[in-house]
Design a protein around this ligand. Structure first.
Ligand SMILES: [Zn+2]
Length: 510
C-alpha cells in the first residue's frame, strides 16, 4: 500500500470488491442486503411521509451509501445494534468519519442520540447532493455552477465554430448539471448566472451579437439549435417529479411530493389550471412556489407531463415562451426562405459557416455593430476610408479595398457583377437576376470572397498590416479552386458541371 509516498509491506486481501469491475456493484449489493433488510424489516419503524396507508420511509441505499430514517431514541439504539451485528457477521465496518446525522422536521432535536452517532449537522451530503433544512437547492446549484464556470473559462478561448460550440455545450456542459437538476429545481435567483455561463461558452465572450431567443431555433429556421438552460433544467425536475407523481403506479417517495403539491394541482391533474399559491411564504419548501409558477407561465398541462417526451415538451416551451422573430433588413419572406436554405447548404465548408450565419442576421463583427464601442470609434480600420463608420453596408458594398478585390476576383472567375452586388445578394443570396449561374455556387463563391476580405480587414485592425489586393484576390481564387476540385471528386460529373457552369476555372495558386 502506498501512503503519503511510503510503500508498506504487502498483505493479502481477504474480502472486498475490485475497483472498476462491472461485477463489483452486484456483489456489493448481495453483501449489504442483509443489513438493509434487517433495518427495513422492523428494526426501525421509520418516518411517515405521504398519504396515510403509504409505507413509512425507513431506509434507502445506493451501493454502500445507506440512509436510515428514525423517529425515536429506541430506534437509534436499534440501528447501533444492527450495525454491530452486521459488522461482526460480515467483517465490514462502518466508517465513522463518513457518517452524518441530520435532524429533519420542525421540532429539531427532540431526543438524545447514542454516543455511537456523530454530532448532527445542519447539512449532510447524500450521493453527492447536499441536503439540509435551509434552501439547499441553491447551494447545490451554486457549486455545480462554479465547476461549470471553470470549464467555460478554459474552453471559451478555443477556436471553434458556433456549431461546434453548441455541440460542446450539449455534450460537456449540460452533463455537469444533469444529476443535480433531477433532485433540485434550478432556483430563479441563478437564472442570470446560468444564462451567462452558457452564452459565454457559445459566443466565446460576453457579447451577444444575435438575440438569445433567436439562437434556440433550429438551423433551418435561422437559429443554432442552442439549448435554453433554464427550460432544459427546470423541465428535468418537473418532468421527473411530476411525471412520477402522475404515473399509474407511482413510486413511494412521490407521497412526499404529493403532500406539498396536492392542494394546488387537483384540477390540473384532470386538465384544469394550476391553483394559484396563496400560502404564507415559508410554510412550503422554496421549490414548490417556483414549480407552480413555471407550470403556469409555460402553460404545461398534466397530459404533456404524462405523455410528451421531455425533449418535445422543451421544444414546445421554447417555441412559445422564448421565440424572437428574425430581425432581417430588406428581406421579404421568399428571400428569407431561400437565404435560410443557402446558409445551411451542406456544400459550405465549416470555416465559412459562422460568417454566413452572422451576415444573414446583419451581425458581422464590423465596428458599427459593436455597441460597446464609443460612437466616435466605429470607423472602418482602413486608413483610406477616413474614419467612415464601418457598417455592414460599408464593409460589403463600399469599402474601396474590398471593391478592388471584387473586381479582380470577378474578372478572373467570369462573374463581372461581383463588385455591383446588393446587400441582399451578399447576405441572403438573393441572386434573382443573375442568369447563367448556379445560384448555390454563386452564394458559395460570395462566402469565400467575404471570408478572405474579412480576414484581410482584421489584419488591418488587429496587426496594422495591410495586405495587397492581389494577395487577397489570389487567396480567394485558390480557395474557390480548392472547393471546386474537392467537389469534382465527390459529385457525379454532370452534377458538378451543372454546379460550376459559367464560372471560369482558375488554377489554385499557392
Ligand atoms: Zn473601409
Amino acid at each position: 500500500m502506498l501512503v503519503n509516498g511510503w510503500v508498506g509491506q504487502p498483505f493479502e486481501v481477504g474480502s472486498g470488491v475490485r475497483q472498476g469491475c462491472p461485477l463489483s456493484p452486484l456483489l456489493y449489493a448481495f453483501a449489504i442486503d442483509p443489513f438493509v433488510r434487517r433495518l427495513d424489516g422492523g428494526a426501525v419503524s421509520g418516518v411517515l411521509v405521504g398519504a396515510t396507508g403509504d409505507p413509512p420511509l425507513r431506509v434507502v441505499a445506493y451501493a454502500d451509501d445507506v440512509s436510515v430514517f428514525i423517529s425515536g431514541p429506541e430506534e437509534a439504539q436499534e440501528v447501533v445494534s444492527v450495525m454491530d451485528q452486521y459488522a461482526e457477521a460480515s467483517g465490514s465496518k462502518v466508517n465513522q468519519d463518513k457518517c452524518e446525522v441530520l435532524w429533519m422536521g420542525r421540532e429539531g432535536e427532540s431526543f438524545s442520540l447514542p454516543d455511537a452517532f456523530p454530532v448532527p449537522q445542519p447539512n449532510i451530503k447524500v450521493l453527492g447532493i447536499n441536503f439540509g433544512s435551509a434552501d439547499y437547492s441553491k447551494q447545490n446549484w451554486e457549486s455545480k455552477l462554479s465547476d461549470a464556470e471553470v470549464k467555460v473559462r478554459c474552453w471559451k478561448g478555443w477556436r471553434l465554430s458556433l456549431r461546434e460550440r453548441v455541440d460542446l455545450i450539449k455534450t460537456f456542459l449540460l452533463p455537469v448539471f444533469l444529476y443535480v437538476s433531477f433532485v433540485c429545481l434550478l432556483p430563479e435567483s441563478l437564472y442570470t448566472r446560468i444564462y451567462s455561463c452558457f452564452f459565454q461558452m457559445l459566443w466565446g465572450n460576453r457579447l451577444n451579437l444575435v438575440k438569445r431567443d433567436v439562437t434556440y431555433s433550429s438551423r433551418q429556421e435561422g437559429g443554432l439549435g442552442m439549448v435554453n438552460p433554464v427550460v432544459f433544467f427546470s423541465l428535468m425536475f418537473l418532468k421527473h417529479n411530476f411525471g412520477n407523481m402522475l404515473a399509474e403506479r407511482p413510486p413511494a417517495w412521490v407521497g412526499l411530493f404529493r403532500i406539498w403539491f396536492g392542494p394546488f394541482l387537483h384540477s390540473w391533474e384532470s386538465g384544469g389550471p394550476v391553483r394559484s399559491l396563496r400560502v404564507k411564504h415559508g410554510k412550503l419548501p422554496a421549490y414548490v412556489a417556483l414549480c407552480l409558477k413555471l407550470l403556469r407561465r409555460w402553460h404545461v398541462t398534466a397530459e404533456e407531463v404524462r405523455s410528451l417526451p421531455r425533449r418535445l415538451l422543451g421544444e414546445r416551451i421554447v417555441a412559445s415562451a422564448f421565440h424572437a422573430p428574425l430581425a432581417l433588413r430588406d428581406c421579404p419572406g421568399h428571400v428569407m426562405r431561400e437565404g435560410l436554405r443557402l446558409i445551411n447548404l451542406e456544400r459550405i465548408p465549416l470555416k465559412l459557416r459562422d460568417q454566413a450565419w452572422l451576415a444573414f442576421h446583419g451581425r458581422l463583427y464590423v465596428r458599427g455593430n459593436l455597441k460597446y464601442r464609443p460612437a466616435d470609434d466605429r470607423g472602418c480600420p482602413r486608413s483610406e476610408c477616413g474614419g467612415e463608420v464601418e457598417t455592414m453596408d460599408h464593409f460589403l458594398l463600399q469599402c474601396p479595398f474590398n471593391v478592388e478585390v471584387y473586381k479582380q476576383v470577378g474578372g478572373a472567375l467570369g462573374v463581372p457583377f461581383l463588385h455591383r452586388m446588393s446587400y441582399a445578394e451578399w447576405v441572403y443570396g438573393a441572386f434573382e437576376s443573375r442568369m447563367g449561374f448556379n445560384l448555390d455556387t454563386l452564394f458559395l463563391v460570395s462566402l469565400v470572397v467575404r471570408y478572405y476580405t474579412w480576414m484581410a480587414r482584421c489584419q488591418v485592425s488587429i496587426r496594422q498590416k495591410v495586405l495587397p489586393v492581389q494577395v487577397v484576390a489570389s487567396d480567394i481564387l485558390g480557395e474557390v479552386g480548392k472547393i471546386r476540385g474537392l467537389e469534382k471528386d465527390r459529385l457525379r460529373r454532370r452534377a458538378w458541371m451543372e454546379a460550376w457552369r459559367n464560372i471560369k476555372p482558375v488554377a489554385a495558386v499557392c
